[in-house]
Ligand binder design. Structure first.
Ligand SMILES: Cc1cc2nc3c(=O)[nH]c(=O)nc-3n(C[C@H](O)[C@H](O)[C@H](O)COP(=O)(O)OP(=O)(O)OC[C@H]3O[C@@H](n4cnc5c(N)ncnc54)[C@H](O)[C@@H]3O)c2cc1C
Length: 462
């Protein structure tokens, strides 16, 4: 251990250096996914951009591996490492809204809740994901999808600029006007090119949404999936429906007779005009009445935290995903079979719509490649008990293996486990070569490698 080096580093920071001897260490090294149990040499908790530059220069000079942490939600646990240094931005949570330009600058340690809360006061929103405690940094750099994506695109489609610290310690801006190649790469290419200190987003005029879940009995699951694949892509882009298989949580607001029951459902979010809600839901209402629903008008930030309590930090998670443009009958057969085997109360499968505005962007316009997909599927095995880790992993892998032949071939990098280079390549398809070029330019030594890694050259395998 380089104790003296860490003491010296500490003196140069406004933030702190947390080492195994510190009382904060156990909490500081933990990430959202409790299946990840890694022990870094130190966690550098940055207080400002200058600290990020200092931490990068320190790690490069010491030749030590670096993990970068925002919200700590990464499924594969890339926000922490064994033996290296974690550059932790979770204290950088400022948000500045400019109502004159409808833009929002958010520091890279913000959670979705931080950003949405600040933007909402100005009647603005950015398309983000479905759990409010997720960090905006990892989410944005991978693409970012959620309730507003059919109408307003992916999170990266609303990114105007980002400030980054590069591997050589330089501080740069990436935007359409400055370092456009880097700007292209960070819109889907993950944390491969540098550490983002802040993002500048375009805000859209979304305040209230009409939203919530509808659940049906499993005996209607085939009919629901057939209806979902045909009808939902043709619905107005203001209406987004996340299809899901789940076990009903054992508590209010769910009626007791449904507790623990395997069901299928759609979580709806309508972000258009309140006058048109009824019309937007007319086709939904024509379909079979749900067994349970909890629909209503609510502020967008409220929708974002609707499921937070079901998924607190500290559960075991295992992830697999893929993109789909069709859900053929044979795929539905597999879904029904694996849904019936949902291994635990928290495990689930979800289809996240990425059609509409997200699909109108050319697949070569950003690093995010799957603009031809209609859905990004995620299968997650989740449970509080580490004893069930094998069980949830096996179910997730088997389910994914059964569905993969019907997919477009690759997954959203944020819905993947640590699955190796071929799966990373499959995420980017013909954008991968350009990503390698950009990696060679901005990070030729693969300093930022604890991520869904893009290799600067064939020789570098670590
Ligand atoms: C419960 C849950 C729900 C989710 N729902 C959605 C969803 O609806 N939509 C969606 O799109 N995704 C969703 N995700 C996936 C989410 O986008 C990823 O887990 C993402 O990596 C989380 O980002 P983070 O900052 O919290 O993660 P962290 O673990 O902190 O970071 C993940 C990785 O991102 C990179 N990174 C983080 N910060 C920086 C930075 N400042 N600069 C450069 N690189 C950085 C690093 O490579 C790091 O290893 C969900 C995840 C969870 C756990």
């Amino acid at each position: 251990m380089r104790e003296k080096a860490y003491r010296n580093l500490s003196e140069k920071l406004r933030g702190s250096v947390i080492t195994p001897g510190s009382g904060e260490y156990e909490v500081a090294r933990s990430v959202y996914n409790a299946m990840i149990d890694r022990r870094p040499e130190a966690i550098v908790r940055c207080a400002d951009e200058a600290d990020v530059v200092t931490a990068v220069n320190f790690a490069r000079n010491e030749d030590i591996a670096v993990a970068v942490r925002g919200g700590g939600h990464n499924g594969a646990g890339f926000g922490v490492c064994d033996g290296g240094v974690v550059i932790d931005l979770s204290s950088l949570r400022g948000v500045l809204v400019n109502p004159a330009t409808n833009t929002i600058r958010a520091e890279a340690g913000c959670t979705q809740a931080d950003l949405s809360h600040a933007a909402h006061d100005f009647g603005l929103a950015v398309p983000l994901g479905v759990i409010s405690t997720t960090g905006i940094a990892g989410l944005t750099l991978g693409g970012g999808m959620g309730y507003l994506s059919r109408k307003y695109g992916l999170t990266v489609d609303n990114l105007l600029a980002a400030n980054l610290v590069l591997a050589d310690g330089h501080f740069v801006t990436a935007s359409a006007a400055e370092n456009p190649d880097l700007f292209w790469g960070i819109r889907g290419g993950g944390g491969n090119f540098g550490i983002v200190t802040s993002f500048l987003f375009r805000g859209s005029r979304v305040a209230q949404v009409f939203a919530g879940p509808m659940l049906w009995e499993m005996e209607h699951a085939r009919e629901l999936l057939e209806w979902y694949r045909e009808v939902t892509p043709a619905q107005p882009e203001e209406l987004c429906g996340l299809f899901t298989f789940l076990k009903v949580p054992p508590g209010p607001p769910f009626p007791e007779e449904l507790h623990g029951k395997t069901m299928c459902g759609i979580v709806w979010a309508y972000c258009g005009s309140a006058d048109l809600v009824e019309e937007a839901f007319r086709p939904v209402r024509k379909f079979r009445a749900p067994k349970f629903e909890l629909m209503g008008s609510m502020p967008y930030p409220t929708l974002q935290c609707m499921f937070d309590a079901i998924y607190p930090p500290g559960l075991q998670w295992y992830w697999r995903g893929d993109f789909f443009s069709e859900i053929p009958d044979a795929a539905i057969d597999e879904h029904l079979s694996y849904a019936e085997q949902l291994p635990t109360l928290h495990s689930t499968m979800q289809f996240n719509p990425v059609d509409g505005a997200a699909s109108r962007v050319n697949r070569h316009e950003t690093a995010f490649s799957y603009r031809d997909a209609k859905w990004s599927m995620v299968i997650v095995g989740v449970d509080p008990d580490p004893a069930n880790a094998e069980k949830i992993m096996a179910w997730t892998k088997d389910y994914w293996t059964a569905l993969h032949p019907y997919s477009l071939g690759g997954a959203y990098i944020n819905f993947m486990a640590d699955e190796g280079i071929d799966r990373v390549k499959a995420s980017y398809r013909d954008n991968y070569d350009r990503l390698c070029e950009i990696k060679r330019k901005y990070d030729p030594n693969n300093f930022f490698r604890i991520n869904q890694n893009i290799k600067p050259s064939m020789e570098i395998t670590m």
